[in-house]
Ligand binder design. Sequence first.
Ligand SMILES: N[C@@H](CCC(=O)N[C@@H](CS)C(=O)NCC(=O)O)C(=O)O
Length: 213
Amino acid sequence: MAITFYCGSGSPFAWKVWLALEHKKLAYDLKVLSFDAGDVKKPEFLVINPRGKVPALVDDGVSLYESSAILEYLEEKYPEPSILPGGAAARALARRIAAESDTYLVAALRTLFVQTLGKRNGDGDPDAIAAAKKLVAAELAVFEVYAEREFLAGNAISVADFAAYPQIALLKRVAEKQPANAAPIPARLTAWSQRIEALPYFGRTVPPHWKTA
Ligand SMILES: N[C@@H](CCC(=O)N[C@@H](CS)C(=O)NCC(=O)O)C(=O)O
């Protein structure tokens, strides 16, 4: 039975799962839920994720949510091609960087995204944006060290890249939509993001509404 994958356009956590599904060449039925229409809070979706958030995934009658748990499930059930390196230490490194992305990178970016992408008229609070840019710069400096490697956790793509890339892509979107409010992305992270964007399946995972607006 095919996998049903529930995402929301522009959700970085959903994008993380989407990249993993594509990397593993899995067949899936894509359901793009609308945040504006309240799809994630509708009773039929709350049966799948009572928290009313994407991503969620149903595979063979198994309902899952929380992006990191979904990636672990996919890796266990469909091990090849892998999204974790071999060996305990290397696997821990990949999981650690993914967790750092989900916690520290996400937290550092939150205010900047709310004040920019969250303000469709570009009327974010300049002081909040200036403070947010400092937080972002400090966190990006940490990830810039990881980007010395070809991929964040080594020479193969992993959960670390799938977790961090959508966050950096949203930051690139700030630069595109509101250049004056963007936090600069350091050189190695920029080059790493371009390696992700060069993946053969990357285009299929780009948030649908980004293709038109
Ligand atoms: N920890 C969750 C975060 C999921 C999450 O925050 N999803 C957001 C979109 S990025 C969502 O669905 N928000 C809708 C809402 O809260 O109403 C994960 O990793 O899957």
